[in-house]
Design a protein around this ligand. Structure first.
Ligand code: PMV
Length: 346
């Protein structure tokens, strides 16, 4: 088909890992498998306008962030597009205008790379589907996840499904290092699971994830950590299937602290938690002990705290957050989110 120009638009959500990806084998190949909840409200919306080039001049594109030109994001996207040329040679035939925005506040400390790369990958697959209408839906989503991974590893978990596994694991069917697969059997206890993100520190990331993953090369505890992640994913699989919320709390919190322990024990070493992160963790533990409400936390590579809990205790937990935790957030800011389903065409 000869396609001259057009516009696609996709949204893609952020995701929060339960078993963490930290360390690569090689180019965007994870050192261990990971599993995440897909979010619903924290997302990137990206519009891709394409026009066939008159000649075969150099590849170039325009980038708009919230409608305005944004030069400092360009190199990352340029690098991503160059990385995927081999898989999407047709990209070179077009000029693109990429217009992107996030639903969450800019520099909130919420990583936008997962949602951003996933949204862009979806648009590219829409173009591929236009050029080759014969591709199947399964191929469409799998390749979208494959491409998103080349932009940012965890982005491959933001394409499709409520719970997504990325990385080869013996007990997860069809799991792959190359793309995320939907975890099929999520127990009712985990449907509509809530994630309230407490914005403790909105500053620039102290450690980029590229630098962070590299710290696992030559890390004294790396091999043990990668084995542990396999075991924790086995345990998490059973937990999600059986609805074992107590087990969920244990593995999820242990994974978050292990991620930070890896950073504290690398060379160079980092402490990414802030005093308020620890205050919040202690208050969550105290509240859980006193009320038996199964609320727990997880962390990304930063100071913000994700508070995870089942939907049926939502009111009580939100009250607790208001009463006891909001004071530890920067400007009292937090974001209420819930498990979502993945990228959506707009
Ligand atoms: O996708 P990256 O390269 O930004 O790495 C993400 C790493 C963590 O968010 C810390 C863990 C994870 O599995 O998402």
């Amino acid at each position: 088909a000869s396609v001259e120009n057009g516009i696609f638009e996709w949204s893609a959500p952020s995701n929060i890992a339960l078993v963490k990806y930290w360390g690569k084998k090689d180019k965007q190949i994870p050192a261990n498998p990971s599993i995440s909840f897909t979010l619903n409200n924290c997302k990137t919306v990206t519009r891709l306008a394409f026009a066939k080039k008159a000649n075969d001049g150099d590849f170039s594109f325009d980038l708009l962030f919230e409608g305005k030109p944004k030069e400092d994001f360009k190199p990352k996207i340029q690098k991503f597009l160059e990385r995927i040329f081999d898989y999407c040679p047709y990209l070179k035939d077009f000029h693109f205008t990429i217009d992107t925005q996030n639903t969450f506040p800019h520099s909130s400390g919420i990583a936008s790379s997962a949602s951003g790369m996933a949204a862009l990958a979806m648009n590219i697959m829409s173009l591929e589907k236009t050029l080759d209408p014969s591709i199947s839906e399964e191929y469409f989503y799998r390749k979208a996840s494959f491409l998103a991974r080349l932009g940012s590893g965890s982005a491959c978990r933001s394409v499709k499904g409520k719970v997504v596994v990325w990385g080869k694991h013996d007990e997860i069917e069809r799991s792959s290092d190359l793309f995320g697969v939907e975890f099929p059997s999520v127990h009712a206890h985990f449907q509509n699971y809530q994630d309230t993100i407490l914005l403790v520190d909105k500053g620039e990331k102290q450690v980029s994830s590229t630098v962070g993953h590299d710290l696992m090369f030559g890390h004294p505890f790396a091999e043990q950590r990668f084995l542990q992640a396999h075991d924790n994913l086995s345990a998490m699989k059973r937990i999600l299937e059986n609805g074992d919320i107590d087990g969920f709390v244990k593995i999820t919190e242990s994974e978050a602290l292990t991620l930070h322990a890896m950073m504290m024990t690398s060379m160079p070493y980092f402490i990414l938690m802030k005093p308020n992160t620890l205050e919040i963790i202690n208050r969550i533990w105290k509240f859980r002990n006193q009320t038996q409400i199964p609320v727990c936390f997880t962390l990304d590579a930063g100071a913000n705290v994700h508070v995870l809990y089942p939907e049926n205790v939502k009111e009580k937990v939100l009250q607790f957050i208001q009463d006891e935790l909001v004071g530890y957030c920067q400007n009292g800011q937090y974001i209420c989110d819930v498990i979502g389903v993945g990228a959506q065409s707009i």
